[in-house]
Design a protein around this ligand. Structure first.
Ligand SMILES: Nc1ncnc2c1ncn2[C@@H]1O[C@H](COP(=O)(O)OP(=O)(O)OP(=O)(O)O)[C@@H](O)[C@H]1O
Length: 339
């Protein structure tokens, strides 16, 4: 288990991570998701033992490894790491790279573990090849197998797919999830890519400016964002002002029920492209832009209040900029934030 308990990380006395807490149980995959510079890598480096914590503590498998007056050396933590630049040893073969950290193991056990991992990452036929002759995706699988080989308690992955092209990343993310599940390892991934976080993780921390806004599963982040930042960061939604009208709520596009229980009387509802539809009797909106995405058209439209929202249409009609359409809410429930 990994327990991060109210940690702060500071460089030159300036806190770049503040009061960050979350917990991963054995075998769970977590993710730190957020824009560049929000402190994701600093949290990961603190867990690995490369940065001290200025506040709070970190526990691995019930041992305190970092605290204000406590710091276990990185090599003693049983933590594996995979970085974005694969950092394979060019003068070693794939099999030698994977077995690199197993120097203490007997030759038999080492060979068996390397064979098992080669199979798991589907590179058995490449065992004797040198890393420079592999594709980016293959190299990253070798790096993953090498980090998994000594059976670390926790595996940390820092933007492991960011130097690969989009198509490869999606396939590799699914494959990595399968491999991590098979090994039953507790893992924490850092990424700024929402699709990657959703494809891989059981729990995701959405971070901004050194703080965790929400630690939750993907459906809850999507449907029940805790803050304005999460609402706007996850998916392509737009927040519209909303007001309570007795039991139900009202926004410019009509009446709705919030997806979460809310005490306040005013807030902002999250309208996503799939939350609205074009209907003859509705709110008149002007098309600003139209993009054809294969499965649907994505329109950007301006409402009478001047707010712009996105609308997904699956019909065969084409809409031109300047054209007027009329919109209603497709869903009676919408996410609502009040911060
Ligand atoms: N060694 C350092 N010394 C001083 N400041 C640093 C150091 N490392 C990171 N920072 C600063 O700390 C903040 C958080 O950086 P960090 O790398 O943790 O963010 P990140 O979310 O991982 O960003 P990215 O996605 O761009 O890697 C940034 O403002 C960064 O400039």
């Amino acid at each position: 288990m990994l327990l991060v308990n109210g940690i702060a990380v500071a460089y030159d006395a300036k806190k770049v991570v503040d009061d960050v807490s979350f917990r991963l149980h054995a075998g769970e995959i977590g993710c730190l998701l957020g824009p560049s510079g929000c402190g994701k890598t600093s949290v990961l480096r603190a867990i690995a033992g490369f940065e001290p914590v200025a506040q709070g503590s970190i526990e691995l498998e019930g041992r305190v490894v970092s605290g204000v007056n406590e710091h276990m050396a990185p090599e003693k933590r049983h933590v594996g790491m995979v970085f974005q630049d694969f950092a394979l040893f060019p003068h070693l073969t794939v099999a030698e790279n994977i077995g690199f950290g197993l120097g203490q193991w007997s030759a038999d056990k080492r060979q068996a573990r390397v064979r098992e991992l080669l199979e798991l990452v589907e590179l058995t036929d490449f065992a004797g090849r040198y890393s420079y002759s592999l594709s980016g995706g293959q190299q990253q699988r070798v790096a993953l197998a090498r980090a998994l080989a000594p059976k670390p308690d926790v595996l940390l992955l820092d933007e492991p797919f960011s130097s690969l092209d989009t198509e490869l990343r999606e396939g590799l993310a699914r494959q990595v999830r399968r491999i991590l599940r098979h090994e039953g390892i507790t893992a924490l991934l850092v990424t700024h890519d929402q699709a990657e976080a959703f494809a891989l993780a059981d729990h995701i921390a959405v971070m901004a400016q050194g703080r965790v806004h929400q630690w939750d599963n993907a459906p809850n982040l999507y449907h029940r964002p805790a803050t304005r930042f999460v609402a706007e960061f996850i998916g392509r939604g737009v927040l519209l002002p909303a007001k309570r009208k007795s039991e139900i709520w009202h926004c410019e596009l009509g009446d709705f029920q919030p997806l979460t229980t809310v005490q306040a009387d005013t807030g902002s509802c999250l309208v996503r492209p799939e939350s609205v539809q074009i209907q003859p009797e509705g709110v008149l909106a002007e098309v600003l832009e139209s993009a054809y995405l294969g499965t649907h058209h994505l329109l950007q439209v301006r409402l009478p209040s001047e707010h712009s929202i996105w609308v997904a249409t699956t019909g065969s009609e084409h809409y031109q900029p300047g054209q007027h359409i009329s919109l209603v809410l497709r869903e009676s429930y919408l996410p609502l934030v009040t911060d």
